[in-house]
Design a protein around this ligand. Structure first.
Ligand code: SF4
Length: 393
């Protein structure tokens, strides 16, 4: 199938007209936010949107019910969150959030910056579909399994595998050329002129990009799996500082919580698991963060049922939704119907059941219709609103 229509991914300059009002998506390459930027976002969400900051499965941010698009653009630009008007929607870069601080084979932080700069410096790459996802995995295997389009995966401190359409291409590249190769592959994607939004949707797309680059793959292939291992709680960095992983209920961060996080004055990473990392903390500061922000709803307990649950926008944000799935998912958590594992919940009912009867275990995604927007990759129980209740698969 050839898609001729331009993709409709929202941005800051092109808002999506959601059922509950205009929605803006803000790209955060590598997921990194400075504390001042988070403070600005909190204020912007209160002044110009619904008072919340949504975290997306690509480590980006969304604001709903945007009331003044011009003011939004001006304030995000002033906060350094709109460095390019031409390329804003193509800056979808997910990088291993803990890279350079804890674990991993290589440090991809500078590569995320360099890739973003390279994208913005290449005029024609503004033509990439907004759905293209770049992944930079530091070798721990946390983001290469996210079904990205183009990326690299560290196989050692100085060598990377080129990842195309979510799979190892067999191409290996030295660390200093890794970003250039990703950029060249992005141009290769455009040169295929397929009209498709994702590399995986092009027949033999990965092989054709490799051929276009004039490279010969080796025999070795790494296998990537979708990681459900969200970094949560107290994490000791290699340099003696502390990183705190914080879950965010259904990926919605209230502005008031964001203000407190910003006041910690440390870098913050938005992860592709709709969670946060606050890094470079001293121990006493990390203790204070947990003490203050856990009662405000941030999750520092890796066993919390909230971490097993995600949901699409549902009503009232999406006109296609059959119900308010987020409220139903929250009720399931709060009433103890989200169990630790899929096996705990037994065999799913054959027919749809009412919301209050849904019992499911392990990683689960609630959707207001069969499109299942935001469904994470990998093994996930799908809980889908149907005309006569929820189907559990
Ligand atoms: S899964 Fe359906 S209801 Fe949910 S956001 Fe997507 S289109 Fe809307």
């Amino acid at each position: 199938m050839t898609r001729r229509a331009p993709d409709s991914c929202p941005g800051v300059l092109r808002l999506h007209q959601a059922a509950d009002g205009p929605l803006a998506r803000i790209r955060l390459p590598g997921g990194r936010l400075e504390p001042d930027q988070l403070a600005d976002l909190a204020a912007i969400s209160v002044d110009l949107a619904d008072g919340n900051i949504e975290l997306t499965s690509r480590g980006n941010l969304q604001l709903r019910q945007v009331g003044d698009a011009v003011a939004l653009t001006d304030r995000l630009a002033a906060a350094g969150l709109l460095p390019s008007r031409s390329h804003e929607r193509v800056r979808n870069i997910v990088a291993s959030p803990l890279s350079g601080r804890l674990g991993g084979l290589a440090d991809v932080r500078d590569r995320a910056i360099a890739l973003d700069e390279g994208l913005r410096a290449t005029a024609r790459l503004a033509d990439l579909p907004g759905r293209v996802l770049f992944t930079l995995d530091d070798g721990r295997g946390d983001v290469s399994g996210l079904a990205g389009d183009i990326g690299v995966h560290a196989v050692g401190a100085e060598e990377f595998a080129l990842v195309l359409a979510g799979a190892d291409s067999g191409i290996r590249v030295g660390a200093t050329h890794a970003v250039d190769l990703v950029l060249a592959a992005a141009e290769g994607f455009l040169d295929l002129d397929s009209g498709q939004w994702r590399l995986r949707d092009i027949e033999d797309g990965a092989a054709r990009v490799v051929e276009h680059l004039g490279l010969t793959p080796g025999d070795e292939r790494l296998e990537f799996v979708a990681s459900q291992d969200i970094p949560i709680g107290w994490l000791d960095q290699d340099d003696g500082a502390v990183a705190l992983g914080a879950g965010v209920r259904l990926g919605t961060l209230p502005a008031r919580v964001a203000e407190f996080l910003a006041a910690v004055r440390r870098p913050i990473y938005v992860t592709p698991w709709r969670s946060l990392l606050v890094v470079d903390l001293e121990e006493w500061a990390a203790e204070q963060v947990v003490r203050v922000l856990a009662p405000m709803g941030l999750i520092f307990d890796a066993d919390s049922p909230w971490l097993r649950v995600s949901a699409c926008a549902g009503q009232p944000g999406c006109a296609k939704s059959r119900t308010d799935v987020r409220a139903d998912a929250a009720a399931a958590v709060e009433s103890g119907r989200v169990l630790p594992t899929r096996a705990d919940a037994g065999t799913p009912p054959a027919d749809p059941v009412q919301a209050a009867m849904v019992v499911a275990g392990g990683r689960q995604h609630w959707s207001g219709c069969e499109r299942r927007c935001g469904r994470p990759p990998g093994a996930v129980t799908e809980i889908t609103a149907m005309p006569d209740g929820y189907r559990v698969d």
